[in-house]
Ligand binder design. Sequence first.
Ligand code: PSV
Ligand code: MN
Length: 399
Amino acid sequence: MAPKLLRRAVEALSTFKIETPSWGFADTGTRFGKFFQDAAAIDTNDKLADAGQVHALTGCCPTVAVHVLWDFQPGQDPKAVAKLARKHGVKIGAINPNLFQDQDYKWGSFGHNDPAVRARALKHCTDSVALMSGTGSEYLSLWFADGTNYPGQGSIRDRKKFFEDSLRALHAKLGPKQTMLVEYKPFEPAFYATDIADWGMAFLLAKKAGPRAKVLVDTGHHYVAQNIEQIVAWLLDEDMLGGFHFNDRRYADDDLTLGSIDPYQVFRIFHEIHAFAADRGKAPKIAYMVDQCHNEKPKIEAMIQTVVMAQELFAKAALVDHEALRRAQAKNNVVDAELLLKQAFFTDVAPALAAWRKAQKLPADPLAEHRRSGYEKTAAADRRARRKALGLGHGGSFA
Ligand code: PSV
Ligand code: MN
């Protein structure tokens, strides 16, 4: 690697952090069933310990996203959860309210036609803001399963209005340093009209809610042919990109390991972010998060793979020569413009990762080090015994 490129890639790596999801360490499956893993986390302590292991090895995952229903006991002091995280060398990241599992939400939460259910959903979200304050979290990450399954089932415009009102009321509860992220998804579980189905709807609702509401892009939440980096560029330009849920997919919301199917797409997303930063002279504030569930791969291994892939692609995208790209664009030189992206994408950034890890006193190969550590084996034995003692079957927080 040329010294100038090496420097640029190392610099990019030193700014890059990505949050792991607590639910990615527990048993998960599809709606057809779960295949259990002995080493899967049983409780929040296990999940935070696993996230701590990923951070200790990769050095770039200091925070962990938590799901309120799955990670907090009712009435639990959030400070105790923050303390638990600290014990494992991490901090609590985004707080995810759960508005999809309770029977009350059969017909929706913020989009429900019954004001009492909407009030209940809002109360859960404002309680979640209190959890943010108690844990020191900066982000409230909102995803709604709301929608309808059949034409005519609900008034699309009424539901839109209900969302506008509830999101505005929720925004009013945020402190000055707290941000709410509005996530969109085209379908599942609603199969006719999801209330927040795409980035335009999330954008509009966030704008109407208030200045501390931004859009969250889950890379799995698009139709297959959609140009995600274009959405990212537009959101950046409007100062409305709040964060990402990274995962890869082949068909729908497959939650596969990042870059396992299409690493070039992730590169193109990062390229838009670096290009924006180059134009503005300042990196935008973005919450990079992983949202993946690994049903077959060992969970910590899959998370390490994901994090390392994200680092690699972020570093590669930092190598694009923006001035040369602007020159090529000005001349409508399509071939050279595209080549500038391709050259960066195909540059081997392993020397930069090695240099950065060495400077951070991190293992040269996080995955190999994890395997050498015996963590998986110890966790499996411990968790197998605890499941037996507690009379628990398997079962994670999310199916
Ligand atoms: C929904 O598919 C989603 O992407 C939301 O972010 C949820 O919080 C998460 O998955 C649950 O796994
Ligand atoms: Mn998501």
